[in-house]
Design a protein around this ligand. Structure first.
Ligand code: TRP
Length: 462
């Protein structure tokens, strides 16, 4: 027997939970790195445009489909549009499954780095120590990687197990303010460093000569990833919104918070890195380099109050990752709960265990298992982890996002979507006509361009 559908206890609770889903490794790990790779300024501007013109309308579309149907993604797509659209929902569930299976591995690293930085805080940073060697060594230890990702998976299951209000919302209410507080502390410290001026110029002064077509695609793809769009996570969270809570206002808040946090994180990291001569050149080589090789050492050698901020920084990464992993598990678990009539406790443990079986492959793909470490399906992506991330970011999210935009813009009627969006206390700046224009034309055209580019030209934009 199904229980009555759970709801967020309030608007604030919902906005915090959804912001928690959006703010994650995408903000702290991916965005700073791709901003660096794409030479800052102009890329950041294009990213902001994508967030506003594509991300925000699709956020509203996902939430409205969820709230209207009060079902998790498979049921929601079927109910809102038609039985055949259950396939799009299933694609989203699969996407959540895969994404969570490798996301936990990086999340697990934050636990290890927290322990390490604590050691240095109390014992001092060892002279001549190489954080590059440390990174390679820890990543290649299969037992350690399995233990870390298992710990993170268990934490994720433990939260989702307690449900929407007592689990997800409670953790978001508790962790998001802490996360924001740590971030502000770090920002103050970073702005005082000598590299902060150069960092701000790099991030905010557009130089269009540096902008390549592939950067535009990368910005668009990342706007999906960072806002948790394209796979029904926001449909699922939207299904726990009670009627008469504004979707429009909530969407705007989630998008603004996510963007703000990504920008602040980037200012912090670049201020630190640009303060050290020659560091800028060293960082360029790898996506994990900034977060797990350069920064850990710089905290102890350069950053004011770094002994305190070092461990706090990895607490921040862990909290941000956990509020995202719980929403990924919720997508998968709520599907099993709603469509297969399994109770929440059983469903979360079952799904958590099934996903962890695949986490094992990602965990051993950084050197400990030759097959999983060298597997190469996509050009330039070596290992199970990179392959899965490439497949999800470049193939699954954009195609899922395209389907959702088309569903909301072309298969739902004007009356249906209008009723849903106007049902709540809508802010004065919101124009239904503008939303409809963006969801019918602007978003599908932009996302269609990525999908075509990826499928036919193999452009890498993740
Ligand atoms: N938004 C998350 C981040 O920036 C990653 C993510 C993508 C996600 N899709 C999701 C998280 C769906 C939860 C649910 O790290």
């Amino acid at each position: 027997m199904q229980e009555p559908r759970a709801h967020w206890s309030s608007n604030v609770g919902f906005v915090l939970a959804a912001t928690g889903s959006a703010v994650g490794l995408g903000n702290l790990w991916k965005f700073p790195f791709i901003t660096f790779e794409n030479d800052g300024g102009a890329f950041v501007l294009v990213y902001l445009l994508c967030i506003a013109a594509v991300g925000l309308p699709i956020m509203m579309a996902e939430l409205l489909i969820g709230r209207k149907t009060q079902k998790s993604v498979v049921g929601a797509m079927k109910d809102a549009i038609g039985p055949a659209w259950g396939v799009v929902g299933a694609w989203g569930v699969l996407c959540g499954f895969i994404l969570l299976s490798y996301y936990t591995v990086i999340a697990g690293w934050s636990l290890h780095y927290f322990a390490r930085t604590m050691q240095w805080t109390f014992g001092g940073f060892p002279a001549g120590f190489s954080t590059g060697d440390l990174f390679g060594a820890q990543a290649a230890k299969a037992g350690l990687q399995l233990a870390l990702s298992l710990a993170f998976s268990v934490a994720t299951v433990a939260v989702v197990y307690f449900g929407v209000q007592k689990g997800i919302e409670r953790i978001a209410r508790l962790f998001l303010p802490i996360l924001f507080g740590i971030l502000l502390l770090m920002l103050v410290s970073a702005l005082g460093m000598s590299g902060s001026g150069e960092a701000l110029v790099f991030i905010f002064r557009p130089n269009f000569a540096e902008l390549e077509p592939s950067s535009v695609l990368e910005a668009l793809g990342h706007s999906f990833f960072t806002l948790s769009l394209g796979m029904g996570a926001m449909v699922t969270y939207g299904s726990y919104i009670a009627r008469h809570q504004s979707i429009v206002k909530a969407s705007a808040l989630i998008v603004v918070f996510d963007t703000l946090i990504a920008l602040i994180a980037t200012v912090i990291m670049f201020s630190v890195i640009f303060s050290v001569a020659g560091m800028r050149e060293q960082v360029g080589a790898s996506t994990v380099g900034m977060l797990f090789i350069s920064l850990p050492e710089l905290f102890y050698t350069q950053v004011p109050f770094g002994r305190i901020l070092g461990p706090l920084f990895y607490v921040l990464v862990a909290l941000a990752a956990l509020t995202s992993t719980i929403s990924l598990l919720e997508v998968v678990a709520s599907y099993v709960i709603d469509e297969h009539d399994v109770d929440r406790h059983k469903a979360t443990i079952l799904c958590g265990a099934a996903i962890f079986a695949f986490t094992i492959f990602a965990a051993i793909s950084f050197g400990s298992a030759p097959f999983f470490s060298t597997l190469a399906i996509f050009e330039g992506k070596t290992g199970w982890f990179s392959t899965a991330d490439h497949f999800v970011s470049n193939w699954m999210l954009p195609t899922g996002g395209l389907a959702i935009t088309i569903a909301a813009g072309w298969f739902m009627t004007r009356e249906e979507t209008r009723a849903e969006l106007a049902d709540g206390n809508e802010p004065g700046w919101f124009s239904y006509g503008a939303w409809r224009f963006f969801i019918r034309y602007v978003a599908p055209a932009a996302v269609g361009a990525i999908v075509v580019a990826v499928l036919f030209f193999g452009r890498d934009f993740s």
